[in-house]
Ligand binder design. Structure first.
Ligand code: ADP
Ligand code: MG
Length: 258
């Protein structure tokens, strides 16, 4: 028998290259350590391979979630962990948190509409659902509606609107923050309607809005489009009413009292 050492050295030199070509960075990092342990503890080959694969899979999941969290652009720190549910008696905690799992509403392309005055926690709640969805493996994109409308309009002008809508279609859930701040005189908000119609019954939206539906005439260019947009949004939707006093005002008052 020839000395196994040179062969082993060759394998040791080739493995990092092969593992990187196969895009298995975690196995690349761990195979050495586990090989020593396998030798020491007398693991079989199958146990060794399975252990490495488990590491690669677990790391791959956390890398994907980190990527999805970065692309989601969610406001930092606005999660369920930092949300004071007692402050919003009109919204049930279990109900709100259940949305964070994603099923079944995302499968149905259903929507969540958050209404209420400024400062009552609509954006925080929407972002918290978004964070939970990303943790659950979903893809989410949080955007201020005015910013998105501007992007959609620019895309419309250079005829790339379908391409932009396709890119937005990758997201299981789009969070449109402050829909009420989109104004029809800010050029045509018709592109916003196009987005809503495009996603209808397929892809979910979470919308936050300070104005009740009765004031939506100022958002869309004409009454017919306003009605059509509301119809599509509410057809499969949960409406959450944040009808409390402003959380900002309340905490400021509590601080002043203390
Ligand atoms: P809205 O979108 O309804 O105008 P925000 O979600 O932006 O209100 O809330 C205003 C501020 O108060 C944010 O800093 C938010 O984190 C905080 N806040 C509001 N409601 C709650 C709550 N129930 N628990 C914890 N923080 C809250
Ligand atoms: Mg808000």
């Amino acid at each position: 028998m020839s000395d196994p050492l040179p062969e082993r050295q060759i394998d040791t030199a080739r493995l990092p290259l092969m593992l990187s070509a196969l895009r298995l960075p975690s196995i690349g990092r761990h195979w050495d350590k586990f090989a020593a342990r396998a030798d020491r503890e007398g693991w079989g080959a199958a146990r060794y391979l399975a252990t490495l694969c488990e590491h690669e899979l677990a790391d791959r999941t956390s890398r994907r979630i980190a990527r999805h969290l970065a692309e989601a652009d969610l406001p930092r720190g606005k999660t369920f962990a930092t949300f004071d549910f007692a402050a919003v008696p009109t919204v049930r905690k279990a109900h709100l948190m259940a949305f964070g799992s994603g099923d079944p509403w995302l499968e149905q392309g259903a929507n969540i509409l958050c209404f209420g005055p400024s400062g009552t926690g609509k954006t925080h709640a929407a972002a918290a659902i978004g964070h939970a969805l990303v943790e659950a493996g979903r893809r989410v994109f949080f955007v201020r509606t005015t910013d998105l409308v501007q992007k959609l309009q620019a895309a419309h002008r250079d005829l790339s609107l379908p391409a932009l809508l396709t890119r937005l279609d990758r997201f299981d859930c789009l969070i449109l923050d402050d829909l009420g701040y989109a104004r029809k005189d800010q050029a045509e908000t018709a592109v916003l309607f196009e987005l809503i119609a495009e996603r209808y019954e397929r892809r979910s939206l979470i919308v936050t809005c300070n104005q009740p539906f009765s004031e939506w005439n100022s958002i869309f260019p004409n009454a017919a489009m306003t009605v059509a947009a509301i119809d599509r949004l509410v057809h499969h939707a949960t409406i959450l009413e944040f009808n409390t006093e402003s959380y900002r005002k309340r905490t400021a008052a509590a601080q002043a009292a203390a």
